[in-house]
Design a protein around this ligand. Sequence first.
Ligand SMILES: *Cc1c(COP(=O)(O)O)cnc(C)c1O
Length: 368
Amino acid sequence: MNYSELAPSYIRAIAPYQPGKPISELERELGITGIVKLASNENPSGASPRAVAAARAALDEISLYPDGNGYALKNALARRYGVSFDQVFLGNGSNDLLELAARAFLTVGDKAVYADHAFAVYPLAIQAVGATGISVPAKDYGHDVDAMRSAAVKQGAKLIFIANPNNPTGTFVPGAVLLAFLRALPANILVVLDEAYNEYLPEECRYDSVKWLGEFPNLIISRTFSKAYGLASLRVGYALGNSQVMDMLNRVRQPFNVNSVAQAAAVAALQDTDFVQQTFALNRRGMKQITDGLAALGLAYIPSVANFVSFKIADAARIYRRLLELGVIVRPVASYAMPEYLRVSIGLETENGKFLSALQQALTENLA
Ligand SMILES: *Cc1c(COP(=O)(O)O)cnc(C)c1O
């Protein structure tokens, strides 16, 4: 028998998430070394040494279950953001939060809204619970939050996912626009504001969404230790929101969804504000290096406020494969309805340089 037929039709219809290619896989395939991976928006300088030391120390206790209530980390986050303990929720990566928000609040027949070109996990999370996703057309590749609100109201959606900045476009909705959006939105529609790249926002783009929680009990802020904090492999993210909403998330999570090594590393990472600041500064320089380089090659890109940038290139699939042969992994974004784009994460100066010269070589060959 075909066992896939035992799964509900909405599960069978899921198109699996396509992760960036791991370095080890390309090494196996091509037998080359010195590969540069600029495909998953990871921190090119690694993690804070304080976080790594805390993770090492926590290894001594891996035979014990972690603190299922995440006391130390939730406390540290509550203090950092001036919210109460029960307004903090921990996830196995923020990916976990996104799925748990869908699981807690959506069921078959419910609707949820996101934007065209938005992070791929939203439609996956919605579909996995049998709810219906509504993708709203983007404006210049960015979220059109007014159109998203109208669609949600008109179609009776329960949940809206907003990525700010969005991945893979790097586009951004200004804080004032978000605030107006929240004020105009009926309070019975939940908003997951995914701020995975929050720490990378240039000064002039920063806004204080945590402050809005008092006014909007329907707001769920989602953040992660995977990106600027450099803890992608440990899988730890957090949500801030109304305690009743957090309570519902707690009911559907695994009892021990965040491991003890991750919790210890995250507490230490949160304290190392210098590391985050250095990461931010390195990224700004790298973003300039890469966008200047793209412009010099005559390539258009979508201006980005995150740690990656998507650029337009003829024959993107072929260029992607050629870059792999040249030892540079970037990210194809055809599955985001952007077949003529590639996304590159900002790396170290030398990695960015290697990417730009490989790209130049691939383009030159294309003309030949
Ligand atoms: C990377 C990313 C996340 C999730 O990362 P985790 O590692 O699961 O915390 C969430 N949202 C967006 C937009 C991302 O790009």
